[in-house]
Design a protein around this ligand. Structure first.
Ligand code: PRP
Length: 179
């Protein structure tokens, strides 16, 4: 496992993102919507760094296909319960990869007429993008490596790691072949 971003680098990046967001949402009470499961650690830190009136809700979507490849078909496992009409909605993601998950969700949110709709992601992997998505607040850009930690998993492992790591190919292979 190779360290990509230390806890200190993440902390500084979260502060930086929070400062940008705070400036753009002055006098507003944004609704932060986290995409589970991966975003819950980032959202928890971002929310506290923002230190302003806001609301939080979560959705759980599943983009399914073969193995780790997204098919582009997205299933809603737990939908958004908070009404978004007229709200300033900020979608919070841990990572944008192909863009399928976010694109699907943004389309469904836009139909519900929010006052504004923006995206904040901690990690962006633009080299893997299949569907264009506009990202308003971006933490780190990463190359085509499998990342884990800070809420992000590999086959449900490693979410607990406080920093962000790249998994080596051999580690992915051994996990894939385990029962
Ligand atoms: C990950 C991540 C994003 C999505 C990005 O979630 O949290 O939501 O994949 O991929 P995409 O841009 O190719 O659609 P995942 O489906 O692994 O679920 P999890 O958050 O529960 O781990």
């Amino acid at each position: 496992m190779r360290l990509l971003f230390s806890t200190e680098e993440i902390r500084e990046k979260v502060e930086d993102l929070a400062s940008q967001i705070r400036g753009d949402y002055q006098g507003k009470k944004p609704l932060l919507v986290g995409l589970l499961k991966g975003s819950f650690v980032f959202l928890a830190d971002l929310m506290r760094a923002l230190d302003q009136p806001l609301e939080v809700d979560f959705v759980r979507l599943s983009s399914y296909g073969h193995g780790t490849e997204s098919s582009g078909r997205v299933r809603v496992l737990h939908g958004l319960k908070t009404p978004v009409r007229g709200r300033d909605v900020l979608v919070v993601e841990d990572i944008v990869d192909t863009g399928h998950t976010l694109s699907y969700f943004l389309e469904s949110l836009a139909r519900r007429r929010p006052a504004s709709l923006r995206v904040c992601t901690l990690l962006d992997k633009p080299c893997r993008r299949c569907v264009p998505v506009t990202i308003h607040y971006r933490g780190f850009t990463v190359e085509d490596v499998f990342v884990v930690g800070y809420g992000i998993d590999w086959a449900e492992e490693f979410r607990y790691l406080p920093a962000i790591y790249a998994l080596e190919k051999a580690e992915c292979a051994s996990k894939t072949s385990s029962p």
